[in-house]
Design a protein around this ligand. Structure first.
Ligand code: GLU
Length: 419
């Protein structure tokens, strides 16, 4: 089914904007295909008897506007086509949020929860050894994504630095602060998502974010920091979930807990769904709750042809990459539901990655206030630009965002003489 292949979905989205943006056929072809794909075989000896074989990918979609940039995810179902789609979305994202990067993504087919910390470290180092020639601070810069974190980035930086016999912090972003990471990077994506939610609530619901009810699917880096930020902004978070399930409040005032309580439940009981006093729900049920704002912040393909008709939220703000399929988009739009697309809503992460890279290259360290105020500014500007085009052309926010991105990328390709 077309809906289930993220790369097909990314191509469908790209094709959908040709009515708004003039793209020469040769540029359109170039944008459909990644410039480079690196596939590596990563055998990992676990003990005297067992060996695990993982596939590693790095897909470099486009670098017309600057070095390739994008996260690295560890997931048992990470496939080449997933990574292709995610790489293309990074090209659009860096263009919209206006940082001088292209787009790339990496993935390893592995379930890291089944590996010890030592094995995760060895696997990460093997991956870096295998793709060493394809990355670098001016070539391709990785960052955290699903199931990777600042520790993973520290290993990458160390392995790469060893191979180059010099300290190269700018080869990855999302590092621990002690190793050159930026203040505010961990919380950046969630902070950006909640800023978009606030702007979108004002514009489309005519409500202050403090007067809205919100359901958040996913409690990883993006989901948890989105919840933290929304609670700070006064929003009523009425449901949250993680891979193991969800929890909701029947009271319109939201879950009667602090963000700290949710974090503690997640850490001590293994899932936010174990929160006392809440009502247990599944991830699927969470998506269909009657709330003002729904924030899918987990994986791709959550809102599809099969459940889009049952979505009751009036506004969807995409924290995850690719959570809504093109078929679902059509149904949502027919039902008057507004979607703030991933390539705008979750671009705060790569934006602060860019700030980190700039700090590394300048051997500088900015305060959290400086990072956050630049982040807030840039997010609001990107949101406004997309909204303006969407209103001017009478198109939805996803098409408008994509149109802005594709215009910028093709213009860079043309000026550099890509043909
Ligand atoms: N993985 C994040 C994303 O999908 C961040 C990428 C980055 O910072 O390079 O946007």
């Amino acid at each position: 089914m077309v809906d289930e292949d993220p790369y097909d979905n990314a191509l469908t989205q790209l094709a959908s904007i040709t009515e708004v943006v003039q793209i020469e056929p040769e540029y359109f072809e170039m944008l459909k295909h990644p410039r480079r794909e690196v596939v590596v075989y990563l055998p990992l000896k676990l003990n005297a008897h067992d060996q695990l074989t993982c596939m590693g990918y790095r897909v470099q979609h486009n670098n017309a506007r600057g070095p390739y940039k994008g996260g690295l995810r560890y997931h048992p179902s990470a496939s080449l086509n997933d990574v292709r789609a995610l790489a293309m979305w990074m090209t659009w994202k860096t263009a919209i949020i206006d940082v001088p990067y292209g787009g790339a993504k990496g993935g390893i087919t592995v379930d890291p929860s089944k590996l010890t910390q030592d094995d995760q470290e060895r696997l990460t180092r093997k991956y870096v050894d295998a793709i060493e020639r394809d990355i670098g601070p001016e070539v391709d810069i990785m960052a955290p994504d699903v199931n990777t974190n600042p520790q993973t980035m520290a290993w990458i930086m160390n392995e790469y630095s060893k191979l180059k016999s010099q300290n190269v912090p700018a080869v990855v972003t999302g590092k621990p602060i002690e190793l050159g990471g930026s203040e505010g990077r961990v919380a950046a994506t969630g902070r950006g998502v909640s800023i978009c939610a606030g702007e979108a609530a004002k514009t489309f619901l005519k409500k202050d974010i403090g007067d809205t009810t919100v359901a958040v699917q996913g409690f990883g880096n993006v989901g948890s920091n989105t919840v933290a930020s929304l609670i700070r902004m006064g929003a009523r978070v009425v449901a949250v979930s993680d891979v193991k399930g969800g929890v909701m409040s029947r009271r319109p005032v939201g879950l009667d807990v602090s963000y700290e309580k949710l974090l503690e439940t997640s850490a001590s009981k293994g899932s936010v769904s174990k929160l006392e006093g809440g009502e247990l729900i599944s991830n699927e049920e969470l998506l269909e709750l009657d709330v003002d704002i729904l924030i899918p912040a987990a994986l791709e393909n959550q809102i599809t042809e099969s459940n889009a008709g049952s979505i009751k939220a009036k506004l969807i703000v995409e924290g995850a990459n690719g959570p809504t399929t093109p078929h679902a988009d059509k149904i949502l739009s027919r039902n008057g539901i507004t979607v703030i697309p991933d390539i705008v809503a979750n671009s705060g992460g790569v934006l602060v990655s860019y700030f980190e890279w700039v700090q590394n290259l300048n051997r500088d360290h900015w305060t959290e206030e400086a990072v956050n105020s630049r982040l807030d500014d840039k997010m609001r500007r990107a949101f406004r630009d997309v909204l303006r085009l969407s209103q001017k052309e009478g198109i939805d926010m996803r098409k408008a965002a994509l149109a802005i991105a594709v215009k910028k990328v093709t213009s860079a390709m043309r000026l550099s003489g890509w043909h």
